[in-house]
Write a protein that binds this ligand. Sequence first.
Ligand SMILES: [Zn+2]
Length: 302
Amino acid sequence: MLLCACASIPLPPAGGVRPPPKAAREVEVCAVVGGEDHRRRWLGVAELSFSEWVTTTISIVVRHPSGVLVIDPAFGRALPVDLRAAPLWSKPILGDLSSKRPIGDLLREVGIAPAEVKFAALSHAHWDHATGLADLPLSVAWLSRTEAEWWPTLEGQFVHGVMPAHLRRAASRLTPFDFDGPPVLGFAASHDFFGDGSVVAVPLPGHTPGSTGYLLAGQGGKRWLYIGDTTWTFRGVEKPAHKNPLLGATVDLDPEQLGVTIGLLHALLLEHPEVQIVPGHDLQDFMPRCEKVFASGPAAAP
Ligand SMILES: [Zn+2]
């Protein structure tokens, strides 16, 4: 039986979500897809549904005048080693090598050399969101201070979804940030990376302690909120519901806290549907793919 026996989703009082803040700058935003599999929806969300779930693993590319930012550089060139090292229980989640591609190749195909990437940012420290950091050697790598203090407590090759060795290799570039800005949408605090409202982080704790969402200001007033793995599917926000309880139990550290966060996202969807919520593993057509946004040809190898 796959109906949810996990923590419930408490909903905040109606009317508590602020409209998205005005952004002084709008930027080009798009997604590259590092992995794609076809599954049934019930694997991703606590709902007995046999609808198709096209399971994506995405990285988001933001062209800001200060430099290119990549949010969640998913897979690195060490991908075959990463997958061999993963334990058996994780195979249904991770999929196989044939459906995954390194971030460097994806960027070059849309005209961006990996060495051009000045900034990287993580929604959380899990391997399928962070192991491409090594392939962006000149980037500052932002992550929330809570996440930055959590992952070094983990020991082993693959633990709680994290491959600590990958993060240790990028340790000199990891740059923790604090949620030092005002409340945004329904979230208690925020952090504006460039001071212009184009890329604003909000706390989404529960999946991991320091999980982070990124509110992005696209051209023409478009707004996206990228939510990493807070839910694996858009349906999880829409219903609202946790992940499949068997699989979610292996990766969600604090289900009760996560339920509160999912409730805030559900309220956002109801009250401000103009903010497009984008789960890291359910891209659909929520955000344009970079090959359709960047007309330039492939970049030269760095
Ligand atoms: Zn993930």
